[in-house]
Design a protein around this ligand. Structure first.
Ligand code: SAH
Length: 344
């Protein structure tokens, strides 16, 4: 069944034309679904009752039910556990920054990528989310908090480039001037490195930031952390990142989660420095979040700063990610894991 929230305005025109409606109704419907974040057709009072009934029958609106919400007492980070219409659950997180509110969305229920340090990999992939389900995470959080969201990061559960069409739709819809109108410059898509899809994404000419989860500069080391590295090597990945920059003019970010004794040595920093030297990019250093099913231990602060300093010698701008909501932590994806483990 088509998720009507995933449709572009032109596609809504076709849907409505088939119901014998004039094109301007599509603008009204789009505005209700996106700018006004309507949860039901009943709210759409400028559409006739007959049309609303027809739409409800053919394109039922599904909403997200918040089954849990953890709120940080330190910085008001809010971690939501949402139930989808089919009963699967996903996580979304709202973070407050000086520049505005940022929401981290999930793009799939579960994930097929199998990164060894990640909680989302544990149960495998269940299914792709529709663009509408991604949008709804942002809309629902705006409604629940009563606060505007200015930034979106596609860094929750799932691999956005393994759900390519829906992820691109999501970006175009959330940045649509007649929808929530979040600037594409304020959207980050994070990928574990599906190289062919990075080339495709560059051609979409979106103004978003591409973040690449690298975690190791050495190919053999990366293979041990991220199975995707068996399909696409580090040099292939960097070539794709360079193409992305060339095509879009947008600086690529690299994520590097530091795990003690795994990828945080001086040698690791040197390998990363040599790999990225001369490429205008940004490196986000993230102390790894221990996942209880995994053996990884986070690098200490001193080691992290040392790693950052070593990178600087290669002219690479690395920042240590400020951690949000540490009192409600447990790595990303663990609220969802706990839900499944408790057999709810
Ligand atoms: N699949 C995408 C987006 C989701 S993961 C990707 O791989 O980029 C978002 C980020 O969190 C990635 O950089 C991922 O490698 C990182 N991550 C996952 N588990 C983590 C953990 N336990 N500690 C620190 N970072 C983690």
């Amino acid at each position: 069944m088509t998720d009507i929230r995933s449709l572009y305005p032109e596609e809504l025109k076709t849907v409505l034309a088939e119901m014998g409606e004039k094109p301007f109704r599509a603008d009204q419907l789009f505005s209700w679904l996106h700018a006004k974040k309507a949860a039901s057709y009943d709210e759409m009072t400028n559409l006739s009752l007959t049309l609303r009934q027809k739409l409800a029958e053919k394109y039922p609106l599904s909403n997200l039910e918040a089954v849990d919400c953890l709120i940080s007492k330190l910085d008001d980070t809010r971690k939501y556990l949402f139930r989808l219409a089919d009963g699967n659950v996903i996580e979304s997180v709202r973070m407050k920054y000086s520049y505005g509110n940022s929401v981290c969305i999930s793009t799939q229920a579960g994930c097929a990528m199998g990164c060894t340090f990640c909680a989302s990999a544990i149960g495998g992939k269940i299914r792709d989310l529709t663009a509408g389900e991604m949008l709804r995470q942002v809309y629902t959080i705006e409604k629940l908090t009563g606060e505007r969201v200015s930034n979106v990061v596609m860094m929750g559960t799932g691999e956005p480039l393994d759900n390519y069409d829906n992820s691109v739709r999501f970006i175009r819809l959330i940045s649509h001037e007649k929808g929530l109108n979040i600037s594409q410059r304020n959207i980050t898509l994070s990928t574990c490195g599906l190289v062919p899809r990075i080339y495709d994404l560059a051609k979409e000419k979106l103004a978003i930031t591409l973040a690449i989860s690298l975690h190791a500069a050495d190919n053999e080391k990366r293979k041990k952390l991220m199975p995707v590295a068996k399909s696409f090597s580090v040099p292939e990945l960097i070539a794709a990142a360079k193409d992305y920059f060339k095509e879009t003019g947008r600086r690529v970010s690299f994520e590097y989660s530091l795990a003690k004794g795994e990828n945080d040595s001086d040698e690791d920093a040197r390998a990363l420095g040599e790999l990225l030297a001369g490429f205008p990019c940004h490196v986000n250093l993230i102390p790894i979040n221990p996942v209880k099913e995994r053996h990884f231990v986070r690098s200490g602060h001193e080691q992290t700063v040392n790693f950052q300093n070593k990178l600087e010698k290669y002219g690479i701008n690395g920042t240590i990610r400020r951690e949000m909501g540490i009192d409600i932590d447990g790595a990303c994806g663990q609220l969802r894991r706990a839900f499944y483990e408790s057999g709810s």
